[in-house]
Structures are given as C-alpha cells and as structure tokens.
Design a binder for this molecule. Structure first.
Ligand code: XMP
Ligand code: MG
Length: 179
C-alpha cells in the first residue's frame, strides 16, 4: 500500500539497523563513564532514537523537544519555533541531540545554541541523515548515519504531511504524490 507511493528505496531496513549498531558502539565508547541526556527532536527522530539507544551501553536519560520549521509540504519556512521544551535541566549535562535529518541546518543551529546558552557541559549532535547541499547556515553533526542527495525523503520517521513515518526504510516519493 504505502510502497506504491515510493519511487525508490534509498536506504534499506537492514542498512538502517546496521547503522544503529555501528553508531551505538561509537557512542558507547564516547560516553563511557558519563550520564548523557539524549534529546530526541519530535517527531522525526523517534524510530532512529528507539533503535539507537538500545545499542548504547551506558547510563543515559532521555527527553524530547518539539520545534517547528516546516509547515507541511516540502520546503522550509526559515523560521524555527520552540513548541515543546525539555522537562530536564541541561545545566552541566552532556547533551546528545538526536535528529532525523539536517537540511538547511537552521533547526540544529537554533537548538545547539539554546542548549549551550543553558550551560550544558557539552552539546553533540547525531543525525540519521545529512543533506549537505541543503545547508544555508553553518552547522555540522558530530555523528552522521548517511549522506543523502538533495531530494525529499520519507520513511523511518521522516514524513510528507505527517504520512510515511512508519515505513521501515528511507525512500523517495513519486512526484505525483506531492504535486
Ligand atoms: P533544517 O532545514 O532546519 O531541517 O535543517 C530539519 C528538519 O526539516 C525536515 N526535513 C525533511 N523532512 N524529508 C522530510 O520528511 C526531507 O527530505 C526533509 N528535509 C528536511 C525535518 O523535519 C528535519 O527535522
Ligand atoms: Mg524533524
């Protein structure tokens, strides 16, 4: 059913699972002896975050933020708004932001600066996907799953108008779906 709307699969379910294992091992080493606060950016990061944290063998806590930059459709408005803040204080904490994709970079630049301003001990970013061609502000993730071309992608958390988040892989939509 959903598969009929997909033009091509960019990253398979197996590749996504393998990446969670690989990044989890790196993060297990990098956060050894620390107690990071893992901050998931709702809603797109949820499937990736769920798979990733199971592969991090360290004490960690989890919290979530909601920001808006896209208002439906496939292009960015340029403005970032905080919709739901953390429940946890970040002062002195080692923060690991988990995001689905970096495109223009505006969302993560805003969030990283906000958490640094709140006196986090460290702020690092892990993103499943990176679209380097989309960047309009300077920001890089510390940990990147996959680089993707400048195409609108869906699945494994990423949506088009709130749909397709539940696809187990990352794919490109057929043009007729969003035209
Ligand atoms: P910025 O531009 O602030 O964007 O780096 C980050 C947010 O934009 C959304 N985004 C996408 N969502 N397919 C999606 O479903 C895409 O190809 C895409 N590119 C950007 C996403 O919500 C991300 O958190
Ligand atoms: Mg998002």
């Amino acid at each position: 059913m959903l598969e009929q709307d997909i033009k091509k699969v960019l990253i398979s379910e197996d590749e996504l699972q393998a990446k969670a294992v690989e990044l989890g091992e790196v993060l297990t080493n990098d956060y050894a002896g620390k107690n990071p606060l893992v901050v998931g950016i709702l809603k797109g990061s949820v499937p990736f975050l769920a798979d990733l944290i199971k592969r991090i063998d360290a004490h960690l806590e989890m919290d979530f933020m909601v920001v808006s930059s896209y208002h439906g459709g496939t292009s960015s408005s340029g403005e970032v708004k905080l919709i739901k803040d953390l429940d946890t204080s970040v002062e002195g904490r080692d923060i690991l932001i988990v995001e689905d994709i970096i495109d223009t970079g505006r969302t993560l630049k805003y969030l990283a600066e906000l958490l640094e301003h709140r006196k986090a001990n460290s702020v690092k970013i892990v993103t499943l996907l990176d679209k380097p061609e989309g960047r309009v502000v300077e920001i890089d993730a510390d940990y990147v799953g996959f680089q993707v071309p400048n195409e609108f992608v869906v699945g494994y958390g990423l949506d088009f108008d709130e749909n397709y988040r539940n696809l187990p892989y990352i794919g490109v939509l057929k043009e007729e779906i969003y035209q």
